[in-house]
Design a protein around this ligand. Structure first.
Ligand code: ZN
Length: 397
């Protein structure tokens, strides 16, 4: 199977390259904000109109001309797409201005704008950046996104084609229920994903960094001290590490599930319901989010049948006889007991089985199976692309 994916590498730009990247970002950010302004003042900024404006603006301003035309055009293309999606995709807002203090640099280049020579990434304006080639590119890249993360590290994310061996032919189905103490409880205990609490484990370290930040914080409108910025970077580093570990665990787990099952019934958990709650809960939500994303992503790419089951009543329905209990189980009750048939099981295990049963019965017409995703358009899926259509199919974010 041939698929389009992103391969991401760490960049190690020197001081000159870093300054060039930031200057490029400054120009692109200005253009984006111009486009937002165009929309707000009632003009309809389509990509065609915007590129015409760009040509005029570049003719007038040497500041813009100093930057890469490709990067600038790509910024406007991204803007036009974001605007288009804000009309079509439910829950997506209009593109907002990118403020200097709270947006991170992100630049896009098509093949016209970059090349790889001597194992360095070459960008317009004679910028050459060493790349940490942690693995070989699977094909010649068709575009690259150069971006900086919260800790200040730079990355290059290349879009490449990749030949993937087809997923093993397997039968069997599995149901997945999300939870706080065990991130994923499945119908088969060997596939459970325990909550490893990376964020919680890092919590003390994070709290220390945040206290340091609080001590060193200066009044508004005053340049923050170096000590404050150092503490801020430290806090971001700890959070990043935890998030990375979550993603890694989720990937390993999702691969195991996908490799061994043809049908995957997943509780359609919406973390937004819970995020108002405590820190620990938030962390568990993040772990669930990562696992769910990986599972759906991998399942679809492998061509598995992925069914999202709404979470309503799953914990209070008997997975053996299908009877719905009259009362909701309290959060403290860990064992489910059916009054009709006497079936007893661990609360989450029963929920997972109910989810699987619901998906298999498929009760078409009923709201029980809200979305059954069986296929996706080939090539439409590029990992970590924000505009992947499937995200809106999956639900609100
Ligand atoms: Zn029963």
């Amino acid at each position: 199977m041939d698929e389009t994916v992103r391969y991401t590498y760490r960049l190690r730009p020197g001081a000159t390259a870093r300054a060039a990247l930031l200057a490029e970002w400054g120009r692109c950010r200005w253009l984006w904000n111009e486009a937002v302004h165009q929309y707000k003042t009632g003009r309809k900024p389509t990509f065609g109109k915007l590129s015409k404006l760009l040509t005029e603006a570049r003719a007038r301003s040497s500041w813009l001309r100093d930057g890469s035309q490709v990067a600038q055009q790509q910024t406007l293309r991204t803007y036009a797409l974001a605007l288009q999606h804000s009309f079509k995709v439910k829950g997506r807002g209009r593109p907002r201005p990118k403020r200097r203090k709270d947006t991170l640099p992100s630049l896009e280049y098509t093949v016209r704008g970059f090349s790889i020579r001597d194992r360095r990434l070459r960008l317009p304006g004679g910028v050459a950046i060493p790349v940490v080639w942690s693995r070989e590119l699977s094909s010649a890249p068709t575009s690259v996104r150069v971006y900086q993360d919260t800790i200040g590290h730079w990355y290059a994310s290349f879009v490449v084609r990749r030949e993937t061996p087809p997923a093993p032919d397997v039968e069997g189905a599995i149901g997945v229920d999300w939870g706080v103490t065990t991130t994923a409880t499945t119908t088969d205990a060997t596939y459970d994903l325990p909550y490893l609490g990376h964020r919680k484990r890092c919590a003390a370290e994070l709290a220390r960094a945040q206290r340091r930040m609080a001590r060193r914080r200066r009044a508004k409108n005053v340049t923050p001290s170096n000590g404050y910025l150092r503490a801020k970077r430290q806090a971001a580093k700890v959070a990043k590490k935890a998030a990375r570990q979550n993603t890694h665990d989720a990937r390993v787990w999702a691969k195991k599930i996908i490799d061994n099952h043809a049908t995957i019934a997943v509780e359609d958990f919406q973390p937004t319901f819970l995020t108002r709650s405590r820190m620990a809960r938030k962390a568990a939500d993040a772990a669930i989010g990562a696992a769910k994303r990986e599972l759906i992503d991998r399942g679809m790419r492998a061509g598995r049948k992925v069914v999202l089951v709404p979470p309503a009543y799953t914990t209070m329905t008997c997975s053996q006889c299908g009877t719905r209990a009259k009362h909701r189980l309290g959060l403290g009750v860990r064992v489910f007991r059916c009054d009709t048939c006497g079936y007893t099981a661990c609360r989450d295990r029963n929920a997972a089985r109910t989810i699987l049963a619901t998906a298999e019965r498929g009760r078409a017409g009923a709201d029980d199976v809200r979305h059954a995703i069986t296929s996706f358009r080939d090539g439409a899926l590029v990992r970590s692309e924000p505009e992947v259509p499937r995200l809106s199919t999956v639900g609100k974010r």
